[in-house]
Design a protein around this ligand. Sequence first.
Ligand code: BG6
Length: 493
Amino acid sequence: WNTTSLSVVVVGASGDLAKKKIFPALFALYYEGLLPPDFSIFGFARSKMTDAEFRDMIAGSLTCRVSAKDKCIEATEKFLKRCFYSPGQYDDAKSFSELNQRMGEVERGSGKPRSNRMFFLSIPPNVFIAAAGGAADYCSTKTGWTRVIVEKPFGRDSASSAALGRGLAAHLKEEQIYRIDHYLGKELIENLTVLRFSNLVFEPLWSRQYIRNVQVIFSENFGTEGRGGYFDQYGIMRDVIQNHLVQILALFAMEQPVSLNAEDIRNEKVKVLRCMRPVKLEDTVLGQYRSRVHGGRTLPGYLDDKTVPEGSLTPTFAACAMFINNARWDGVPFLLKAGKALHTRRAEIRVQFRHVPGSLYKHKFGPDLDNSTNELVIRIQPKESIYLKINNKVPGLGLRLDTTKLDLQYGNAYNAKELPDAYERLLLDVVNGDKRLFIRNDELEAAWDLFTPVLHESESRRVTPELYPYGSRGPVGAHYLAAKYGVRWGDLA
Ligand code: BG6
């Protein structure tokens, strides 16, 4: 960095994601001294704004995690001085040429002979390719690297995703493209491979021999709330399951990679995804939340959201059973479940182990033997934690058994009141050119292949989602799906 400046361009700078996540993450990196000394940030969007207005717009969302107030104010002021704004249309060459010129002026001002540029495309899919083209064709730097971060939705199915891939490839090399899935930047997902591959008490147990089923669960206690226009075109399977949950599953179930480098890890992820059968409609439950009166207040149903088309059948909840056809996982159900407007906000992985063969204590657990098996829970959020349910003797004179927890709470163990946001880790990785946590093209293809048939079938048959009340535990159908495979959802036990 002694000779090179860094320019970060947020395309779609006035959008929600940019305000809530991208600018705060960039600021956090700056504040922790992780951005190169000569960096500048450019906002690019359709709205007309001056640099000063742009700085005002983002100032409100910048926070310092750990710091004294005055230090934080000083850092915010310094950071904002490095932020610039260039308005333009996403499909307009001239707008990108103007942006390029602006960047050139600022970069020359830094006195560094070389410059690297990264673009974050935080824009609707219909202008994706145009903006990628604008960035690559008119704003590539001649003296360093140009990298482009793209955020889902990467298409709606295998065919549209492939078309998007071809569109990007016409302007950019694969090595320049960073497909972000922000779940991969979350602390407990980063930890997943550490937990598994560095602990002898887990690694040998990670197979069909000891694991009965695996559950990946995502729930939110709020609805689409004004985001219905976007959400309705995609639905929960495309919004959360095909990407975030499948990425978790791939990391969970992959074989040990040859090394920790990006290609080795991604090779294993693709391999395990390609061992999976596409999801079947009969192994899927779709739901949609309806309104509910609670505490004298009416919680709106999905169809009450003004941005949702009338009579929409888009699912806001989905659960599905998946199987991995390889020697390690043959026959083990992987149950995925995601929903909006449920009773709680939580994301976790639950690993239910098999029964102890020939257990001495079987009779102590009565007919409900399932409650006595070990369960490992990896709580991704909120209140990050890892706990293992074990059977233990209740202290005292009699012989009474109880299921209790070996409990690692991040808040206590690491004094980590607030962990870095996923976007911080991922943006830093882009600066460093580390692709471990980004999705490779073939991975994306494999993930779409798993869901395209069920999406097409449910849409062409106009499957009606099962209604569930806002704030409930979701449709009853999810229990039947689990029961079909002899499973009980751990989060509802
Ligand atoms: C996004 C989805 O990718 O992830 C949203 O589009 C969802 O619908 C969000 O709310 C959840 O992310 P997080 O980090 O808040 O769990």
